[in-house]
Design a protein around this ligand. Structure first.
Ligand SMILES: [Zn+2]
Length: 298
């Protein structure tokens, strides 16, 4: 016998993308609704009147007066930064060197990475976030640890190994070729395993050689269903640095574009200081920006 449960409450969810479809067609709200769940999966959702008559005998948990929504989706987060949340850095580049890089070093140790992954996922769930697009560290072990833990909880999570072959401490860099091979192995092993998905994850343009970015693009063309996750135009010093490192490119986004990384499966974190041309290009490619209010307002 399947286990069937029902919940009465107000419900809000999305049935389409409100950026492209009118709100009346993309957002659904039932002031007095009923959700029927069978063996942990949604069987039916609708107004109390319509759904109750179809399931007259199902026991009901009454949450009248409360609102139930679908799980939240975090579109940009770093799981190795769990233990240093709110560490204060005046500017991005200083913050990376002072806090982030020393912390990420510890994720070479898979057991350690697994412990942090477990805390990280519990914290997400405690806040109602059931899916996230996640930076791991440069070490493949950190991705293994994260996916093992997410899979054990049967979560839908998207993650990837950081690709970073320059402008970072030696203990944190890979090479263009090793990052390609390690990412490829991780894709083969984890992409579409149960509810897990892979994102090719160069940290950001300054920490990758052009060769590494080109190989990231090659991975996207070899595995068209994986995602691309990186950072873009978060602060002024960073943008100036990108200009110096890639004098041939026509702006920051163009560095990624030249490596075939601007696609409809690409998510760029931050995107604070974009030019009109860059907005146009992102729109045309149907690429997304993950804006991080807590980080950027801080
Ligand atoms: Zn970030």
């Amino acid at each position: 016998m399947p286990s069937v449960k029902a919940f009465r409450a107000a419900f809000l969810d999305f049935t389409d993308d409100p950026f492209f479809t009118d709100e009346s067609q993309s957002v659904r709200y039932f002031a007095d609704g009923l959700l029927v769940v069978e063996d942990g999966k949604v069987k039916e959702l609708g107004s109390w009147k319509a759904v109750r008559s179809k399931h007259p005998n199902v026991p009901i948990t009454d949450y009248t007066g409360l609102l139930i929504t679908s799980g939240f989706i975090d579109t940009h987060i770093h799981f190795p930064q769990t233990e240093m949340i709110a560490a204060y850095g005046k500017q991005l580049l200083e913050w990376l060197n002072k806090f982030t890089f020393p912390t990420e070093r510890k994720f070479q140790d898979k057991e350690y990475a697994k412990k942090v992954a477990s805390v990280f996922l519990q914290e997400l769930l405690r806040n109602g976030t059931t899916t996230a697009l996640v930076f791991a560290a440069v070490f493949p072990e950190s991705v293994e640890a994260f996916f093992e833990e997410a899979d054990r909880l049967n979560l839908c999570m998207i993650a990837g190994k950081v690709m970073m072959d320059r402008n970072a401490p030696d203990f944190l860099t890979d090479t263009a070729k090793s990052s390609y091979h390690d990412s490829k192995q991780l894709i083969e092993k984890w992409h579409h395993k149960n509810r897990l998905r892979y994102a090719v994850t160069p940290r950001f343009a300054p920490t990758s050689t052009d060769e590494q970015l080109q190989l990231a693009g090659k991975l996207l063309s070899e595995y068209p269903s994986v995602y691309l996750h990186t950072h873009l135009s978060e602060d002024a010093d960073e943008i100036a640095w990108v200009k110096e490192l890639f004098p041939q490119a026509d702006g920051y986004l163009d560095v990624y574009d030249r490596a075939q990384l601007v696609t409809n499966r690409s998510i760029f974190a931050h995107g604070i200081h974009l030019t009109e041309t860059e907005f146009q290009r992102l729109s045309e490619a149907e690429a997304a920006i993950a804006f991080c209010p807590t980080s950027n307002l801080f």
